[in-house]
Design a binder for this molecule. Structure first.
Ligand SMILES: Cc1cc2nc3c(=O)[nH]c(=O)nc-3n(C[C@H](O)[C@H](O)[C@H](O)COP(=O)(O)OP(=O)(O)OC[C@H]3O[C@@H](n4cnc5c(N)ncnc54)[C@H](O)[C@@H]3O)c2cc1C
Length: 322
């Protein structure tokens, strides 16, 4: 479920300027439990000063090392070929996360980055490597990140949030893995737009305060062990979308995505809302759930495909990259 290839393809297709990506060696400077299912790791280093932070839902990669960093010899350019060609026994596990907050260097401090990790599967012993690593992280631990190295913002910097300028009604829907991205997006929304955020999380203890200059409605949907993942989110998106779009248009031709052959990731390049309302929807979370949400919005409610960005952040039963 990595997006490097699609970023390359997108650069070729659109002619957009391509960010260059680099490795950043960082140290954990703070560990904070911010919810029942979330730990926030603050990462810092002199290296990080050069990170091209773009805000919104900016993603980056974390490389979980299998041996001391000094024994690797990464090149300055083309980290991906270097990583791919390493023998499997030593190749760092790579996972994708969101920059929850980035603070540039000051006279007294190095740059800092906050990352909010969902601790899925930790209690029942089914955690993946990244979740396990985050759950056990302590101040002083090292990590290696991959992110853009030149200043900029936008899709080539791993920022997918790109509603058309005319969008006045925004729907953001996702599960716990999308909470950091939605939080960071909301912080940057201007006054004058109406935003509805629907966030399904594992527990009532995961609710956090979200602030926004826009006219914001946030609904937290805690499963509390009583609902299957995606169940609450799908039900609520169905209700809310119909209310946001005054008149449903007729069902449209619809081509669904085959999750076994395709990465669930489509963000309109030049979204022009053409529906009955200027609605722009941003959907992220478990791939099967996101696929169903998108199908409902486009096929049943009549939201134009060009007004729906949808991203599979993880897939039930599959490790990232499988
Ligand atoms: C652009 C992008 C941004 C993301 N941002 C964040 C973020 O900021 N914070 C965050 O926590 N996650 C985020 N994710 C999701 C994260 O990358 C995945 O959850 C990832 O699979 C976790 O890696 P892992 O090593 O813990 O588990 P993996 O080894 O990838 O998976 C092991 C098993 O755990 C399951 N699994 C994976 N994630 C979850 C989950 N959340 N809940 C339940 N089961 C799961 C898999 O289906 C698999 O069976 C993001 C993903 C993308 C693509």
């Amino acid at each position: 479920m990595t997006t490097d290839t699609s970023t390359e393809e997108r650069a070729a297709r659109t002619g957009l300027e391509r960010a260059s990506y680099a490795l950043y060696r960082v140290r954990i400077s703070a560990v904070q439990r911010i919810g029942a299912s979330f730990v926030r790791l603050t990462m810092t280093s002199a290296d990080l000063e050069h990170f091209g932070a773009g805000g919104y839902d900016q993603r980056f990669k974390v490389l979980l090392l299998k041996q001391p960093f000094e024994s690797y010899d990464p090149p300055q350019d083309d980290w991906y070929t270097w990583w791919r060609e390493l023998p499997e026994a030593v190749r760092p596990t790579m996972r994708t996360y969101t920059v929850r907050a980035f603070r540039p260097a000051t006279i007294d401090t190095h740059a800092e980055m906050d990352v909010d990790f969902v601790l899925h599967g930790v209690q029942d012993g089914h955690a993946g490597p990244a979740s396990r690593w985050a759950a056990n992280a302590v101040v002083g631990d090292e990590a290696v990140l991959v992110g853009p190295s030149n200043p900029g913002t936008g899709r080539m910097w791993g920022v997918e949030w790109a509603p058309p300028a005319t969008a006045r009604t925004l729907l953001l829907a996702g599960d716990e893995t999308a909470v950091p991205a939605v939080s960071a997006i909301l912080e940057r929304l201007p006054a004058g737009v109406k935003a509805t955020a629907l966030l399904e999380v594992p527990h009532a203890g995961d609710l956090i305060d979200l602030s926004c200059a826009a006219d914001l409605t946030v609904e937290w949907l805690p499963r509390n062990g009583s609902h299957a993942p995606g169940e609450l989110l799908q039900a609520r998106v169905h209700e809310v979308a119909s209310a946001l779009v005054d008149e449903a248009s007729s069902p449209v031709d619809f081509e669904d995505v085959d999750l076994d052959t395709t990465i669930l990731w489509e963000v309109p390049e030049h979204a022009e809302p053409a529906g009955p309302e200027c609605l722009y929807a941003w959907l992220a979370g478990e791939s099967g759930v996101v696929k169903a949400l998108r199908r409902h919005l486009v096929r049943d409610v009549g939201v134009p495909r060009s007004s729906v960005a949808f991203m599979g952040y993880w897939r039930e039963g599959r490790a990232e990259g499988e």
